[in-house]
Design a protein around this ligand. Structure first.
Ligand SMILES: Cc1cc2nc3c(=O)[nH]c(=O)nc-3n(C[C@H](O)[C@H](O)[C@H](O)COP(=O)(O)O)c2cc1C
Length: 352
């Protein structure tokens, strides 16, 4: 199993939309953890080139993350109403609201690239591929992982034949990566999610959400995770392409919250003006992502952190600005110390 071959049980979360870079994936991989390429919002042929470049620079295992295309059902009237509320943003930033379109369906192109290029692992987000597709990837030597946010999704992915599950707690930065954007589900925090999923199915579990230092890693390993997938703590890495205004916000203790304001799908970001002013955004992903895209681009250009998505996990203020390899080593060493300390406490102290 690929996870057992890693020097450190740390996976760098793929972070589409800015922070993820090839340099970050390479630095993390070469540090003995596992780097990931983010392909969300990207093109299959770019991914092919990135896989080749990564492979030519490392012989260690890395992964590629792919979004499952969105099903096209949403409330058009609610989207129209929402677009009208974006007019004031368009005036503020001097740009037009974008077209609320679906993405071009690149699924078959991505699938072909994966089969051709055979990255060591592929993780899927926003759904689970068909059992046949999973089997085909595995037949090409690829370890297939799926992101889940509740035990029912875990059981479904297990039955479809995946090799491992990324269990994402509600603490996590960025989009909720489950199959459907629901409001009626229970938003499970990582610890209960891990334990309930371990009870429901016997697969290696990769814990994601709010892990940003050694004790955090120690906690999920103790709770049965095979590894941790860490996003926010890598956003201040030298190799990440995180926007400077976003870096500044991460370094504060500002609150995070879930929002659909930017993309039409629930995601966790540092609460800013846009997030507060558009708290009523409906579910329509990726239509709202494309509608807000020009607004966000202009806000970024202006360095206005109140106008674009500041994705961040709940533990963002623990993130440190340093080279990615040092982040990996710092978290691993901190986890070893925390586990030793915890062990000493549970085995008792003689007669004391
Ligand atoms: C800026 C950002 C972008 C993200 N993009 C993706 C993505 O492209 N694919 C994905 O599976 N998860 C994505 N995530 C979620 C991560 O995979 C992971 O669940 C999350 O970062 C874990 O929580 P943490 O940020 O507290 O470490 C993203 C998270 C952040 C912070």
């Amino acid at each position: 199993m690929i996870l057992e071959a890693l020097r450190y049980p740390i996976i760098q979360a793929p972070m589409a939309g800015g922070p993820s870079t090839l340099a970050l994936a390479l630095a993390v991989t070469n540090a003995g953890a596992m780097g990931f390429l983010a392909t969300g919002y990207g093109r299959a042929e770019t991914t092919r080139q990135e896989i080749r470049e990564l492979r030519s620079n490392t012989d260690r295992p890395f992964g590629v993350n792919v979004f499952i295309p969105a099903a096209d059902h949403f409330d058009e009237q609610a989207v129209d109403v929402y677009l009208q509320t974006l007019d004031s943003e368009a005036r503020r930033y001097g740009v037009e609201v974008g077209e609320p379109r679906n993405e071009e369906d690149e699924w078959s192109s991505f699938f072909a690239v994966l089969v051709d290029e055979r990255p060591p692992a592929v993780s899927f987000t926003f759904g689970c591929p068909a059992a046949q597709e999973i089997a085909e990837l595995q037949a090409h030597g690829i370890s297939v992982w799926v992101t889940v946010i509740d035990p029912a999704e875990a059981v479904f992915a297990h039955a479809a034949g995946v090799n491992a599950l990324i269990v994402q707690g509600v603490e996590a930065g960025g989009h909720r990566g489950g199959f459907e954007d629901r409001l009626d589900g229970e938003d499970l925090a990582l610890l209960p999610l891990l334990r309930l999923t371990a009870k429901a199915c016997d697969l290696p579990l990769i814990a994601a959400g709010g892990i940003a230092d050694g004790p955090g890693l120690a906690a999920v390993l103790s709770a049965g995770a095979a590894a941790a997938q860490i996003g926010t703590a890598f956003m201040l890495a030298d190799e990440a392409a995180t926007h400077p205004a976003h870096r500044e916000a991460l370094a504060t203790s500002a609150a995070t919250g879930l929002t659909r304001a930017f993309s039409g799908r629930q995601a966790r970001g540092i609460v800013n003006r846009f997030q507060v002013d558009h708290a009523d955004a409906p579910r329509a992903y990726p239509q709202i992502h494309y509608a807000t895209s020009p607004l966000r681009a202009q806000a970024r250009k202006l360095g206005d952190s109140d106008g674009f998505n500041l994705w961040a996990g709940q533990a963002h203020s623990l993130a440190k600005a340093r080279p990615a390899a040092e982040i990996v080593e710092g978290i691993a060493a901190g986890a070893a110390a925390a586990l030793e300390d915890a062990t000493a406490r549970v085995v008792g102290k003689g007669d004391g």
